[in-house]
Design a protein around this ligand. Structure first.
Ligand code: B12
Length: 232
């Protein structure tokens, strides 16, 4: 019997760590027992259960039915459930398609969405270096230099930190990073228009689109720079 995704989402909302983590584990086990592919089951648990729970949290917060402490508890439960899915979502047998540095821009502590994007990219053959939330532009610059990344992902969840995406891109540009790397932006308030305005190379509304966009940007870079330059 498949797990009840609504019950899992509600456990996230209630901050019920035990129920949420045991249902996540149970969902994976039942999928395996039914002979379904681990990755398909993990994505289903993530999208229908965990993200479903965060959608309810967002709605309740907007309606002022819950407050920051409750949101923090739910976020903690969400992280623990994601830890159970991580080994499956990040497993990839392919050589790296590209190297990405991802983080949430300075001043912004939201990290759930960018963690999901990072996990999905890893599972799709990218080498991913996640520098976490509240990441200053210099931190992006240093990590790209250290890892020779060809993709940079900037997340922002607040309208007040969206300008920091622009600022970070400006600094990446002035440091010469964007000669060999492409930059993509995302986060709930971010739009394709904003991405264009701040000279990002691309925008994706969610993790699935982010994977396609990352592939496209790396292919475009390869064409532009040639394979030899990409290897340096
Ligand atoms: C959880 C949460 C918190 C938690 C964060 C915990 C954590 N570890 O992340 C806590 C409680 C800390 C928090 C704090 C605050 N928050 Co808050 N938070 C949220 C909430 C409810 C959910 C965010 C989330 O995790 N969503 C689930 C994930 C899966 O979705 P996602 O992040 O959008 O990510 C997806 C896509 O956007 C995309 N994506 C994300 N990043 C990237 C990056 C790239 C490169 C790409 C391509 C794609 C991509 O892919 C992801 C997966 O599909 C949102 C509500 C909302 N509607 O977003 C408010 C929300 C973002 N918060 C808000 C506010 C106001 C705050 C505070 C200022 C509150 C306060 N008064 O202190 C503080 C700010 C603290 C700070 N300096 O950052 C507002 C922002 C309003 C605005 N217009 O700016 C929101 C919208 C709530 C609201 N409606 O009022 N928050």
């Amino acid at each position: 019997m498949a797990i009840d995704f609504e019950e899992l989402a509600n456990a996230i909302v209630k901050g019920d760590m035990e129920t949420a983590t045991s249902m996540t584990a149970q969902g994976l086990e039942e999928g395996k027992a039914a002979g379904r592919e681990d990755l398909v089951v993990a994505k289903e648990v993530l999208n229908k259960g965990l993200i479903g729970g965060m959608d309810i949290i967002s709605e309740l917060w907007v309606q002022e039915k819950i407050f920051i402490p409750e949101v923090l508890i739910s976020a903690k439960v969400m992280h623990s459930c994601m830890d159970l899915l991580r080994p499956i979502l990040e497993a990839s047998k392919e050589p790296p398609r590209g190297i990405m540095v991802i983080g949430t821009v300075k001043g912004d502590l939201h990290d759930i969405g960018q963690n999901i994007v990072g996990m999905m990219l890893k599972g799709n053959g990218f080498e991913v270096h996640n520098i976490g939330p509240n990441a200053a532009p210099e931190k992006f610059v240093n990590k790209v230099r250290e890892t020779e990344a060809n993709l940079v992902g900037l997340s922002a969840l607040l309208t007040t930190t969206m300008p920091m995406q622009r600022e970070t891109i400006k600094i990446l540009e002035s440091e010469g990073i964007l000669e060999k790397a492409a930059v993509m932006v995302g986060g709930a308030p971010v739009t394709a228009d904003w991405a264009e305005k701040i000279d990002a190379d691309g925008y994706a509304p969610d993790a699935a689109h982010a994977v396609n966009l990352a592939r496209q940007l790396v292919d475009d870079l390869r064409e532009e720079l040639g394979e030899a330059a990409m290897a340096n």
